[in-house]
Write a protein that binds this ligand. Structure first.
Ligand code: SF4
Length: 368
């Protein structure tokens, strides 16, 4: 008989223990949910193709019997990930086009991203960098994750126009404080780096990672901004709220980037509740991303019209600063999905960025 018991040695409050006991087998997953045959088949098809893993903390938020549960859909593999969609790409936003060193992606004049790692606590099924994080055969790294950081720092030093550095991944908080602190300290030695940003989903997927020691460490390298990624009101738990509170009390501003996901948060009521609940925990809604046409992710994409309808519904209905910017990320950069930048036409949408470059998109936001 298959055991569905929790490992006795799991320490719920310890993030390392949560990571060590991540759920990576059907047998372990059965402790939390009654899997559907389709989910079981999708998990079997992931072998040799896509990683999946779920922290016990995040698994505890899943509905045992409802496969449409918003948490479950984000964490448990689905057969739709293996469908082929027109125009889907491994890197539709062009991170690899703008890659300058193993870790530096320089897409905008005054800011860069640093790809810290490929690893995550949970492999979100909708990840925009699915090829880098979740695809077992994929990576955005030119060499590998372990090579020296000095060429990356040297690039930043040689470009005085870079004033904003975003640590992203994978999830940079998968690294221990001991591995992260030298990176922050080295960045702070570069005089023109004004702000450091961290993109992380740990407050949502494993809030125990946001320890007082971690927050105190960030405070030593201010100004540090942290962008996280709540997609659904169910994710705003007392533990997640406490993690955000710890960051805020250490002077780290926390903002949220939601991805608009079909069947998960593409209703006005759900979005309103999410945004209002974020204000209650003092997290500022920043972006609502249109879902990118990423290989293995396209099934989550709504139409742009559906996203705009939600944005219209929010206007005047909730506190002004609870309303995020609805954004599409393209190879030309991020573009607000407002009439000023994106106009409907016969083929879908015509878009122009701040530098006068143009793109034609389909109704789902796919570049043509
Ligand atoms: S934590 Fe972020 S980078 Fe990692 S799989 Fe989820 S969305 Fe992607």
């Amino acid at each position: 008989m298959i055991s569905t018991e929790l490992p006795v040695e799991l320490d719920w409050q310890d993030w390392r223990s949560q990571l060590k006991h991540r759920i990576t087998t059907v047998e372990a997953l059965r402790h939390w949910i009654n899997l559907t045959p389709a989910e079981e088949t999708a998990i079997a098809q992931c072998v040799g193709k896509y990683r999946w893993s779920i922290t016990p903390y995040y698994a505890a938020l899943m509905d045992r019997d409802d496969p449409t549960c918003a948490i479950r859909q984000q964490a448990v593999p689905q057969l739709d990930e293996f469908r082929t969609f027109a125009g889907a790409e491994d890197d539709p936003v062009g991170d690899t086009i703008y890659r300058k060193t193993n870790r530096v992606v320089h897409k905008y004049p005054d800011r860069i991203i640093l790809l810290v790692t490929q690893a995550c606590a949970v492999y979100c099924r909708h990840c925009t960098r699915k090829y880098h994080t979740t695809d077992v055969n994929g990576t955005y790294f030119e060499q590998n994750e372990a090579v020296s950081w000095e060429p990356d720092f040297a690039y930043i030093e040689a470009h005085p126009e870079i004033r904003d550095v975003l640590l992203t991944g994978g999830d940079p908080l998968t690294y221990s404080d001991e591995k992260l602190e030298p990176i922050l300290a080295r960045l702070r030695q570069i005089p023109h780096v004004e702000i450091i940003r961290i993109g992380t989903r740990y407050p949502v997927l494993l809030p125990q990672r946001i320890t007082p020691a971690f927050c105190a460490m960030l405070d030593r390298y201010q100004p540090v901004w942290l962008n996280t990624h709540f997609n659904h009101p169910k994710e705003i738990t007392p533990e997640a709220a406490a993690a955000c509170d710890r960051l805020l009390r250490h002077g780290v501003i926390v903002q949220n980037q939601t991805v608009l996901l079909k069947g998960i948060n593409d209703s006005l009521d759900t979005m309103k509740t999410l945004l209002k609940d974020l204000l209650k925990i003092r997290v500022r809604p920043y972006y609502l991303y249109h879902c990118d046409n990423v290989t293995g992710v396209s099934h989550f994409a709504t139409t742009i019209a559906a996203g705009r309808e939600i944005m219209r519904g929010l206007q005047g209905e909730i506190t002004g600063f609870a309303v995020p910017q609805y954004i599409i990320t393209t190879k030309l950069g991020k573009i607000p999905l407002t009439e000023e930048w994106v106009q409907a036409n016969e083929e879908g949408y015509y878009l122009e960025n701040a530098y006068g470059q143009t793109l034609q998109l389909t109704e789902h936001g796919v570049s043509t």
